[in-house]
Every structure is written in C-alpha cells, then in structure tokens.
Design a protein around this ligand. Structure first.
Ligand SMILES: O=C(O)c1cc(=O)[nH]c(=O)n1[C@@H]1O[C@H](COP(=O)(O)O)[C@@H](O)[C@H]1O
Length: 279
C-alpha cells in the first residue's frame, strides 16, 4: 500500500487516539504451550492472529518479533505476512522487530524487503542496528522516508550486556549511544510535530545521563513488565526527552491470553497506568 503521510505524524496520531503503547507479538514456545497451542506453524498462526484480533482495533502499535516467525520456516514467514496485513486492516501501526544491521548496499535490500509498498512483508517501521556504523543505515533511512515509513535505531538497549558497547566513549568523548541519539536527532531536525526516524531506548537502562532533548522523533522503550521496568522508570528516563514516547511490552500482555477479552483488558490496564504515570 502506498502511504503519503510520514510515519512520525501517523505515530503521533495513533498514540493520541489509542494511548502510548506498543505490544510485541513474541510467540515464545512457552507461551504457545500456556495458550494450549502446538509449537508449529498452525499454533503460531492461532497465537499471532488472536493477538491481532484482540489488540489490532485498540492498541496504537503492534510489533511482531521476526525470529519467532522465521523459526517456523516458509510457513512462519507466511504467518508474518498475514499478521502485517491484518495489523494494517485493523488500524494498528506495525513495527517489524528484525534488528537489521549490515553494510549499506545490503541495508538497501532490507529496506526493499520491509519498507516499500510493493513488499509482501511491508511494515510501518523496522528496528535496525547502527553497530556497523551509523552511515551504513542511510540507504534504509532514504527508503523509509520516501515511503512514509520509519526506523527504530538501537541506541540504549534494555539488556545489561548492551552497556559494553553503548556506554563506551567515542573519539568526541561522547558515549556511543549519545552519538547515535544525536545523529538520529539531526535527521529529524525541523520536522513538525516529529520526524520519522526513531530510537530504541530501553525502559531498564537506569541512570545514564543520556540527553534525549534533541531527538524530535519516536522513542521505543521496551523492557516494561517481564524485564522489570515500570511506568515510573519511563517517567524518569524520558523526563527531558523531546519526541513521541512509545513504551513497549510483550510477555506482560501476552500472558493474559488466549482470551481476547483478557488480552484487551491487560493492554487497556497498561495504557491507563502509562497515561497516569506520564501525565
Ligand atoms: O527492539 C526491540 O524491540 C527490543 C530492544 C531492546 O532493547 N530490548 C528488547 O527487549 N526488545 C524487544 O522487545 C521485546 C521485549 O519482550 P518482553 O520482555 O516480553 O516485554 C522482545 O521482542 C525484544 O526482542
């Protein structure tokens, strides 16, 4: 589908209408079992499509995690395609969590695969890794912007191991993470209300002293719930941030299934809690 409105604008409108929440579609084998589903492509489809049925009409953003679909081979990819199409039809934005990062010419191929209107696996945005050098992402940035889609660039990830790379000091005495944040901010500069190139800043990162005041773009914050972060952590980390904060959780909400009503209630409770904490 051809999109004319920039991703950043569409995200702001979705958060305004539905609340600041992204729910990850992470079909862990343990969750399939808890939902009484087989660990095969049929179980994967039932799981993922139940989440879309429950949350596609109510939650701002859904984020399928690619690896869980790839694990089922061609049949799993077909389910991912169905999920991405159904998110769109249900009115939720989609972020494909693929964490792609490669040399520039290959990044152009990832952009063609996930961020163009002809692509069967087109999502509204894709997670990407800048650790082959921020410049390697620029071909993907160009395609995303031309297609009305977005990126989420890993800056400060929610896992503790990320610090080894992300807190290291670069030649300019900035941390690697701050340098990525600043380069994303430069791409979004002047966009109103915000640009379309986002960052991933985990809700678990603690006190880093990072400056998010110049982002002017979307900020995906995973780590709520199963990884231990709370709405109050978000309030502290993003106190001076400028952009659109999109808290994200997977297992905390998915654990409420397979009942559609319970999934909806779990997401609605999380949105209420976030709205109160972030007001
Ligand atoms: O890009 C992501 O979505 C992501 C980045 C990050 O720093 N930390 C992180 O947990 N994620 C993803 O967010 C989801 C978190 O799942 P839960 O821990 O179940 O809420 C997983 O799919 C992770 O791959």
């Amino acid at each position: 589908m051809t999109i004319t409105e920039p991703f950043g604008h569409r995200l702001v409108a979705a958060i305004d209408a539905r609340g600041p929440l992204c729910v990850g579609i992470d079909p862990h084998p343990g969750l399939l079992q808890a939902w009484d589903l087989p660990d095969d492509a049929g179980g994967l489809e039932r799981f993922a499509m139940t989440v879309v049925e429950a949350l596609g009409p109510t939650v701002a953003v859904l984020k399928p995690q690619s690896a869980f679909f790839e694990a089922h081979g061609a049949a799993g990819i077909a389910v991912l395609e169905e999920v991405l199409t159904s998110c769109r039809e249900a009115g939720a934005l989609s972020i494909l969590d693929g964490k792609r990062g490669d040399i520039g010419s290959t990044m152009a191929a990832y952009a063609a695969a996930y961020l163009t209107h002809e692509a069967p696996l087109a999502a509204d945005a894709l997670t990407v890794s800048p650790y082959l050098g921020f410049g390697s992402l620029l071909p993907t940035v160009d395609v995303a912007l031309a297609e009305g889609r977005g990126l989420f660039v890993l800056a400060l990830t929610s896992n503790p191991e990320g610090q080894q790379v992300q807190h290291a000091l670069g030649q300019d005495e900035k941390t690697v993470a701050q340098s990525i944040i600043d380069q994303v901010g430069a791409l979004n500069a002047g966009d109103d209300p915000i640009g379309s190139i986002g960052l991933v800043v985990g809700a678990t990162i603690g006190r880093t002293g990072v400056d998010l005041s110049g982002v002017n773009g979307p900020m995906l914050a995973p780590g709520l719930g199963a990884q231990g972060a709370t709405a109050q952590d978000l309030r502290r980390i993003f106190a001076d941030a400028h952009g659109a904060l999109l808290p994200s959780t997977s297992r905390q909400v998915l654990g409420a299934g397979p009942s559609v009503r319970k999934l909806r209630d779990a997401a609605a409770r999380t949105v209420d809690e976030l709205r109160t904490a972030l007001a």
